[in-house]
Ligand binder design. Structure first.
Ligand code: 5GP
Ligand code: MG
Ligand code: MG
Length: 189
C-alpha cells in the first residue's frame, strides 16, 4: 500500500491508515511553539510532560521554543478499565520541582474524557502556581465528560482509537512518526 510506504516494515501490517502524517504534526507544533513563545514571553515557564504519551510532543515542542524553559514530568495512571478513563487518578511519579508562583504548562498527547487532566490540573493548582494551562497535541471533543479548558490544541480527532507519536496500544506503536489507526484484527486477542 502506497500510503503506508514510509511506515517501518515491522509495523506496516498492523496499520489501517495514517490519520495525521508527520509533516502536518511537525508543522502544527511549529505554530503552537510560536504561540507559547509569544504568550509566555518574560515569564518563568515550566513544561510538565505527562508520561509516557507526551514524550515526543514534549521533545519536539520544547526544542522549537525560543524561551528558556524548565522541564519536568509526571506519570499518572487511571484505576480500572484500560480503554477509558475512570477519573480516579493515581500519581505514579510526581514532579521533582516546586511550582509555587511559577507558570506551568502541562504537555499531553490526547484529551479524551478529560478526567485525567481535570484531576491533574486541580492537583497542581492546589500547589499555588502562578498559572496552570494545558497543551495537548490531540483532542476528542465528542468524548469530553468534564469542562476542561485546553489552551493549546494541535488537532481535533474523531472518536477513533489512534496510536503513534507517543500514543500506544499495549505499550506498542509509540515510536511511529505519524498518528495512525490500527487494523481491527490488532485489537482482537
Ligand atoms: P482521559 O482522562 O482524557 O479520558 O484520558 C486520556 C488518556 O487516555 C490519554 O492520555 C491516553 O493515554 C488515553 N487515550 C485516550 N484516547 C486515546 C487514543 O485514541 N489512543 C491512545 N493510544 N490512547 C488514548
Ligand atoms: Mg496522555
Ligand atoms: Mg496508553
Amino acid at each position: 500500500m502506497d500510503e503506508l510506504a514510509d511506515i517501518p516494515p515491522g509495523f506496516r501490517d498492523d496499520i489501517e491508515s495514517i490519520l495525521i502524517p508527520e509533516a502536518r504534526l511537525q508543522a502544527r507544533l511549529s505554530e503552537l511553539a510560536a504561540e507559547v513563545d509569544r504568550d509566555y514571553a518574560g515569564r518563568d515557564l515550566l513544561l510538565v510532560g505527562v508520561l509516557k504519551g507526551a514524550i515526543f510532543v514534549m521533545a519536539d515542542l520544547a526544542r522549537r521554543l525560543t524561551l528558556s524553559t524548565a522541564m519536568d514530568f509526571m506519570a499518572v495512571s487511571s484505576y480500572g478499565a484500560s480503554t477509558s478513563s475512570s477519573g480516579v487518578v493515581r500519581i505514579l511519579k510526581d514532579l521533582d520541582t516546586e511550582i509555587e508562583g511559577r507558570d506551568v504548562l502541562i504537555i499531553e498527547d490526547i484529551v479524551d474524557s478529560g478526567l485525567t487532566l481535570d484531576y491533574l490540573t486541580k492537583n497542581l493548582r492546589s500547589r499555588r502556581p502562578a498559572s496552570v494551562e494545558i497543551l495537548s497535541l490531540l483532542t476528542k471533543p465528542s468524548r469530553r465528560e468534564v469542562d476542561l479548558p485546553v489552551k493549546y490544541v494541535g488537532f481535533e480527532v474523531p472518536d477513533v482509537f489512534v496510536v503513534g507519536y507517543g500514543l500506544d496500544f499495549a505499550e506498542r506503536y509509540r515510536s511511529l512518526r505519524d498518528i495512525v489507526t490500527l487494523r481491527p484484527e490488532v485489537y482482537g486477542s
